[in-house]
Design a protein around this ligand. Structure first.
Ligand code: GDP
Length: 513
C-alpha cells in the first residue's frame, strides 16, 4: 500500500550522471573519502554498490554506479531508486552528447537535477559557458533567476564538494522525502553477484520498512532468509532502515539490478512467489516478450490511469535526418493530440537510432519513430531483445497516418446502451431449489434469455444482473416479445415484488469516425 502514514524523514538517494571523463567516478570517490560516516572499523568503505556520507549531521546515500546506463536499466525494471541526479559537466569541455542523454533520462524520470560543474581547477575552465549551454536546454541556473542549482567543483582538488552536499540537502528538503521505517521492508536490488565463499550476494536499497536479519525475503525471482546484513563499511549489522544500502546473504540465487525486493510473511510464501516469478520470466523469454519486471509502465500505474479516467499517453522518441524534418514531424504529430490521448516526447533528435534511444524507450515505454533514419545493427538487436518498437518512414503523411491509427487504438472503446425489452412483474412464484420466478408481462421490445437486466422499483435500480431462465408456460423460450406473458428466473436475486419493472439492455461499441 502507498499509505505514507508514519512517514519519517529519510536520506536522499543520489545518482551521478554525465559525459564520459567529466569526473563522475572521481567525484564519487572524493565524496566518499572526505565525508564517510565514521564506523567502528575506522571508516574504511567497502564497495557494495552504494554508500552513505554524513553532512551537517544528516545522511546522504550515493549509488556508486555512475552513468545513465545503470540508471536506465533500473528504471526499465520499474525501479525508482534515485531522488536527485547530479549532472556532472566538465567546465573545460562543456555540454557533450552524453550530458544531453543523461539530461533526457533524468527528465523522463522526473528526478530533480543538481549540476556539478567540475574541473574548475583546469586551465580553460569556463563555468559560464556551461551555464549558458544548459540554459538553452531549460536548465536555468539559480544565479540567473532560474531554478536549477549549479555548483562549481573540482573533484580532483576537493573544491566545492561541501557546497554540493549542502545543496543536495536543500533539494532533499524541498522534495520532502519520507518513508515509514516500521513494518516489512521493501525496496530495490542495486546489484547482485555470486560469491564463491558466500553464495549469492545482493546489495539492496531499503526504501520502506526495516530489513532485519532472519527476515524471509523475495528479491526478483530469488528467495531466502536473511542470513547476514553487511553495511557499506563491511560491518555486520542487525537491521537496515529506509534509504540504507546493505549487502544481503542468504538468497537462493542472484537477482537482477532493478528487481524489487520485499520481506514475505513467511519463508513458504517467499518461495512460492519467487517460483511464480521465475515461471513468468521463463514464459516471457520463450515468447520473446520483454522481461516481465521490465517493459516500462507498471501495471498498477496503468490501472490507476484507467480508474481515474486520466488521459492515456503515447510516449514517443522521434529521430530524423535533419532539423527541418524533425520540426515538421513533431509539429504534425502535435496536431494529432486530443483529450483522450496525449503525446509525450521523451526525446527529439537528429541522427540515426542508437542504443541510448532504445534504453530511453525502455525506461519511458516509448515507441521510436525514425524519419529518413535507421537503427544501426546494435540498436536493432537491443530493440528486439527489449521489445522496443521502432517504426521508420520516408514519407511524412504515412508516418502521421500510422501514429494516428495507433492513437485511436489506444482509446478504450466507447459503448452506448440500448434498452431492448421491458416487462412488468405481475406475480411471484417460489419454486423449491430454484428460488423466485417472476411472472411477467412484456410491455416493450423483446426479452431475451441471457441478456443483461436491471430491476427497477419506482424508478430506482435495485439490482443488476443477467436473466437466468426464461419460460413461456412450461417451455424454455429463447425470447418473448411485447404483448406476451413469461416467467423470468434470476439466479441470485430473490427480493422480487409485484409491480417491479424489468429492463433488459445491450451495450454496443460506438464506431469511431
Ligand atoms: P568519468 O568517466 O566521468 O567517471 O570520469 P573520471 O572520474 O574517471 O575522470 C576522468 C579524468 O578526469 C580522470 O583522469 C580524473 O582524474 C580527471 N578529473 C576528474 N575530476 C577532475 C577535476 O576536478 N579536475 C581535474 N583537473 N581533473 C579531474
Amino acid at each position: 500500500d502507498e499509505d505514507d502514514e508514519g512517514g519519517e524523514d529519510r536520506p536522499p538517494v543520489i545518482t551521478v550522471m554525465g559525459h564520459v571523463d567529466h569526473g563522475k567516478t572521481k567525484l564519487l570517490d572524493q565524496i566518499r573519502n572526505a565525508n564517510v560516516v565514521a564506523g567502528e572499523a575506522g571508516g574504511i568503505t567497502q564497495h557494495i554498490g552504494a554508500y552513505q556520507v554524513e553532512k551537517d549531521g544528516r545522511l546522504i546515500t550515493f549509488i556508486d554506479t555512475p552513468g545513465h546506463e545503470a540508471f536506465t536499466a533500473m528504471r526499465a525494471r520499474g525501479a525508482e531508486a534515485t531522488d536527485v541526479v547530479i549532472l556532472v559537466v566538465a567546465a573545460d569541455d562543456g555540454v557533450m552528447p552524453q550530458t544531453l542523454e543523461a539530461l533526457d533520462h533524468a527528465k523522463a524520470a522526473e528526478v530533480p537535477i543538481v549540476v556539478a560543474i567540475n574541473k574548475i581547477d583546469r586551465e580553460g575552465a569556463d563555468p559560464q559557458k556551461v551555464m549558458s549551454q544548459l540554459a538553452e536546454r531549460d536548465l536555468v541556473p539559480e544565479a540567473w533567476g532560474g531554478d536549477t542549482i549549479m555548483v562549481e567543483v573540482s573533484a580532483l582538488e576537493n573544491l566545492g564538494i561541501d557546497d554540493l552536499l549542502e545543496q543536495l540537502l536543500v533539494v532533499a528538503d524541498v522534495e520532502e522525502l519520507t518513508a515509514n521505517p516500521e513494518g516489512r521492508a521493501m525496496g530495490v536490488v542495486l546489484e547482485s553477484h555470486l560469491d564463491v565463499g558466500r553464495g549469492p550476494v545482493a546489495t539492496l536499497l531499503v526504501q520502506r520498512g526495516t530489513l532485519k536479519v532472519g527476515d524471509p525475503l523475495i528479491a526478483g525471482a530469488a528467495w531466502g532468509r536473511v542470513r547476514a546484513l553487511v553495511d557499506d563499511h563491511g560491518e555486520n549489522v542487525k537491521e537496515a532502515g529506509p534509504s540504507t544500502p546493505v549487502e544481503v546473504l542468504g538468497l537462493s540465487d542472484v537477482a537482477g539490478a532493478g528487481d524489487d525486493f520485499v520481506v514475505a510473511p513467511d519463508q513458504k510464501t517467499a518461495r512460492s512467489v519467487a517460483d511464480q516469478r521465475e515461471h513468468y520470466q521463463r514464459v516471457a523469454s520463450i515468447s520473446g516478450t520483454a522481461a516481465v519486471s521490465g517493459g516500462g509502465m507498471k501495471l498498477e500505474d496503468i490501472f490507476a490511469q484507467i480508474q481515474t479516467g486520466e488521459a492515456a499517453t503515447l510516449n514517443l522518441i522521434v529521430k530524423a535526418d535533419v532539423n527541418g524534418s524533425l520540426e515538421a514531424v513533431t509539429e504534425s504529430l502535435k496536431k494529432l493530440e486530443r483529450d483522450e490521448v496525449k503525446l509525450a516526447f521523451a526525446r527529439r533528435g537528429v541522427g540515426g537510432v542508437t542504443n541510448d534511444d532504445i534504453q530511453l524507450a525502455v525506461a519511458t515505454n516509448a515507441t521510436i519513430i525514425g524519419f529518413n533514419v535507421r537503427p544501426d545493427r546494435k540498436a536493432r538487436e537491443l530493440a528486439q531483445q527489449e521489445g522496443v518498437e521502432i517504426r521508420t518512414y520516408e514519407i511524412i503523411y504515412k508516418l502521421i497516418e500510422d501514429i494516428e491509427s495507433a492513437m485511436v487504438g489506444m482509446l478504450t472503446p466507447e459503448f452506448e446502451e440500448v434498452v431492448t425489452g421491458e416487462a412488468e412483474v405481475r406475480e411471484i412464484f417460489r419454486v423449491p431449489r430454484i428460488g423466485a420466478i417472476a411472472g411477467c408481462y412484456v410491455t416493450n421490445g423483446v426479452i431475451t434469455r441471457g441478456s443483461k437486466v436491471r430491476f427497477l422499483r419506482e424508478g430506482t435500480i435495485i439490482w443488476k444482473g443477467a436473466i437466468q431462465s426464461l419460460k413461456r408456460f412450461k417451455d424454455d423460450a429463447r425470447e418473448v416479445a411485447a404483448g406476451y406473458e413469461c416467467g423470468i428466473g434470476l439466479s441470485d436475486f430473490q427480493d422480487l415484488k409485484e409491480g417491479d419493472v424489468i429492463e433488459t439492455y445491450d451495450e454496443r461499441e460506438i464506431p469511431r469516425t
